[in-house]
Design a protein around this ligand. Structure first.
Ligand code: DOR
Ligand code: ZN
Length: 345
C-alpha cells in the first residue's frame, strides 16, 4: 500500500511572488500547495506604503487562476523614512500583516532598505505596541564581515540588542542558516521565531562550489557549513513551535542566474512540500511535519489554522530541468532529481 501523509493545508510564511508576467507564471505553484503566504515586498520599486501594497495585493488576486484557493498575506518594506502612522494604519486596516526589515544592500531588492535600525526605532516601538510582527533579513552588510559570518554577526550587533530592548516586539528571524541563529531563537522568549527554507535543510555550501560554480544553489543568506545544516534540520524537526515553514522561493530567469554576476535566489515553490517532507522522513520526524508546515506559523501570527487537508504520497516525482513561468524559463530547486514524495492535493 502506498504510504500517505495527510495534514492540514500548510502556509508559506515567506515567498517572493514578483510582479507582472512572472507573477502569473509562479503564483500557481505556490497557490497549489499553500493556503496562504507571506508575500515579500522587495519589488522594484519596493512596496513602502499602504497604497502600493494594496495595489500589489490586487494584482496577485487578479493573477490567481480561477478556482484556486489562496490568500496573500502582504508585507510592508521598511526604509529609513517609514512613517510609524502609515505602518499602524495599514496594519489596522488589514492592508498588511507584517513589515520587512532589509538591511540596505543585504540582498536582492534591498537597496532602499534600512541603513541603521536606530533610524526606525519609532516604527519598531509602534509595532511592538500594536502586536505587529517584524520580519528580519538577518545579515550585516559591512564589507569587512565575511559573507559566511554575516548572519552570526547580525545577531550580535543588531538582533540581540533589539530583542533585549523591545521584548514585546514579535520578530520572525527569516530563513535562518546557522547554528548561532537556531540557538538565538531557542534561547529567546515566545516573541521570537524563525522560518527555515527547504534548501538550507538540504544543501551546505559544497553544493554551490564543489565541481564547479553552481549558481542555482546560490541564495542569500548563503548556505553554510554542514554543521549548520544539521542544526537547522534538528530545529525544524524538533517539534518546537518557534520554527516554521518559509520557502523563500525566489524566482530569477535562468539567464540572470547563469551570469558573471548571478542573482541570489532559489525557486523552490513547484516542489516545496515534496522537498520539506523528504527531510522530515530522513530525520524520522514525519509526525512533526504538520506542526512545522501548518500549525506553528498561524499560532505565531495569531491566525486560525486552515481547515482543509492535503495529502502527500510516497510516489516518486521527477523535477524538470526548467519550468516555464509564463514565458520566463526558471530552474527549480532539485532540477533533474527524483523526489520520493508527491503532493497529491
Ligand atoms: O536569495 C535571496 N533571494 N534572498 C533574498 O533575501 C531575496 C531573494 C530575492 O528576492 O531574489
Ligand atoms: Zn526572501
Amino acid at each position: 500500500m502506498t504510504q500517505q501523509l495527510t495534514i492540514r493545508r500548510p502556509d508559506d510564511w515567506h515567498v517572493h511572488l514578483r510582479d507582472g508576467a512572472v507573477l502569473q507564471g509562479v503564483l500557481p505553484h505556490t497557490a497549489r500547495q499553500f493556503a496562504r503566504a507571506i508575500v515579500m515586498p522587495n519589488l522594484s520599486p519596493p512596496m513602502t506604503d499602504c497604497a502600493g501594497v494594496a495595489a500589489y495585493r490586487q494584482r496577485i488576486e487578479a493573477a490567481l487562476p480561477a478556482g484556486m484557493d489562496f490568500t496573500p498575506l502582504m508585507t510592508l518594506y521598511l526604509t529609513d523614512a517609514t512613517d510609524p502612522d502609515e505602518v499602524a494604519r495599514g496594519f489596522a486596516e488589514g492592508v498588511f500583516v507584517a513589515a520587512k526589515l532589509y538591511p540596505a544592500h543585504a540582498t536582492t531588492g534591498s537597496a532602499h532598505g534600512v541603513t541603521d535600525v536606530a533610524n526606525i526605532r519609532a516604527v519598531l516601538e509602534r509595532m511592538a505596541a500594536i502586536g505587529m510582527p517584524l520580519l528580519v533579513h538577518g545579515e550585516v552588510t559591512d564589507a569587512h564581515v565575511d559573507i559566511f559570518d554575516r548572519e552570526a554577526v547580525f545577531i550580535e550587533r543588531t538582533l540581540a540588542p533589539l530583542v533585549r530592548e523591545l521584548p514585546e516586539l514579535k520578530v520572525v528571524f527569516e530563513h535562518v542558516t546557522t547554528e548561532e541563529a537556531v540557538r538565538f531563537v531557542e534561547g529567546s522568549g515566545p516573541n521570537v521565531a524563525a522560518t527555515i527554507t527547504p534548501q538550507h535543510l538540504h544543501i551546505n555550501r559544497n553544493a554551490m562550489l564543489v565541481g564547479g560554480i553552481r549558481p542555482h544553489m546560490f541564495c542569500l543568506p548563503v548556505a553554510k557549513r554542514e554543521k549548520h545544516r544539521l542544526a537547522l534540520r534538528a530545529a525544524a524537526t524538533s517539534g518546537s513551535a518557534k520554527f516554521f515553514l518559509g520557502t523563500d522561493s525566489a524566482p530569477h530567469a535562468v539567464g540572470a542566474k547563469e551570469s558573471a554576476c548571478g542573482c541570489a535566489g532559489i525557486f523552490n515553490a513547484p516542489f516545496a512540500l515534496e522537498s520539506y517532507v523528504a527531510v522530515f522522513e530522513e530525520e524520522g520526524a514525519l509526525d512533526r511535519f504538520e506542526a512545522f508546515a501548518s500549525l506553528n506559523g498561524p499560532a505565531f501570527y495569531g491566525l486560525p489554522v486552515n481547515e482543509a487537508k492535503v495529502t502527500l504520497e510516497k510516489v516518486a516525482v521527477a523535477v524538470p530541468d526548467q519550468i516555464d513561468a509564463n514565458g520566463t524559463q526558471i530552474v527549480p530547486f532539485h532540477a533533474g532529481e527524483s523526489l520520493s514524495w508527491r503532493f497529491a492535493g
